[in-house]
Design a binder for this molecule. Structure first.
Ligand SMILES: O=C(O)CCC(=O)C(=O)O
Ligand SMILES: [Fe+2]
Length: 280
């Protein structure tokens, strides 16, 4: 299995992109409308934030889950024992955010949401009829006016050598939401699981690529047609251990009342998964 970047401006982009999602759970776009300079600036400004003591003033709110999550409360992936080696900030338009960082991140959030709406309409267009018949409403509509869509700014600190044995930057997991939009990070490390559980494929990380992956909610809504594929972020080696890695996944969440399947609304699904993660 290999992941090829699809040119967003090509005539057959939608078809190729959805084919990649169907086969691998992942799609990679180049020449897309998200500006590299904006992503680069966000990486730099948030690196400064993570390097400062100011981050402690924005500690996450337990009830609403917005704000800074230090390494000490960071996630343990489902089925894993060790915490991931990461700290992160959960940005929601209604949530807490340092004033100096707000405008830039809010603009990115809006632009990436707009692109997500288009990509969900591509996914719907290239869903076979028996699959799209299952969608309780158009996929792009499911995220409209949702206050649940989460922008996570992730900081993987340099490795110090005293990490818990077996811990990695992000242990293998699947995303919970509908789809995830992830600009290529400033350092490599992201891998997606191949056909067998021990095959890991590097996600092409050329700066400027945009990576999109299927989450469990779309897998649920499509009756398994679109697979929510396991992925992970491995630890750097050699000189790279001294470098931080910043990434910026946008997790598109439907409104809580959206019916995903006979079994689940978006809300019941999310609550079940967050409990498993140990964050609520
Ligand atoms: O940092 C990355 O490249 C991926 C992060 C990720 O998969 C996640 O936070 O769910
Ligand atoms: Fe993920």
């Amino acid at each position: 299995m290999k992941l090829e970047a699809v040119d967003y401006t090509a005539d057959n982009a939608a078809e190729l992109f959805v084919e990649s999602l169907r086969k691998t759970g992942f799609g990679v776009l180049k020449n897309h409308p998200i500006q590299h300079s904006v992503v680069n600036s966000i990486y730099q400004n948030w690196q400064t934030f993570f390097d400062s003591a100011e981050k402690q003033d924005y500690l996450y709110n337990k009830g609403t889950q917005d704000g800074f999550f230090p390494q000490s409360v960071s996630e343990t992936a489902k089925g894993h024992k060790e915490k991931d080696i990461k700290e992160y900030y959960h940005y929601y338009p209604w949530g807490q955010c340092p004033d100096a960082l707000k405008e830039e991140i809010a603009n990115y959030y809006a632009a990436a949401n707009e692109l997500a709406t288009e990509l969900l309409s591509w996914i719907e267009k290239y869903s076979p009829n028996e699959v799209s018949d299952k969608y309780s409403e158009p996929l792009s509509n499911m995220i409209k006016d949702s206050d649940q869509t989460l922008l996570r700014v992730l900081h993987y600190p340099p490795l110090k050598g005293d990490e818990t044995p077996g811990a990695i930057r992000a242990a293998a997991h699947e995303d919970i939401n509908l789809i995830t939009i992830l600009p290529a990070a400033n350092e490599p490390g992201l891998q997606v699981q191949g056909a067998t559980s021990d095959e890991w494929i590097d996600v092409p990380c050329d700066f400027g690529n945009l990576i999109i992956n299927i989450g469990d909610m779309l897998q649920e809504a499509s009756g398994g047609h679109f697979p929510s594929t396991s992925h992970r972020v491995i630890n750097p080696e050699g000189m790279d251990t001294t470098k931080s890695r910043i990434s910026l996944p946008l997790f598109l969440h439907p409104r809580p009342d959206v019916k995903l399947s006979e079994r689940h609304t978006a809300e019941t699904y999310l609550q079940e998964r967050l409990k498993e993660l140990g964050v609520i």
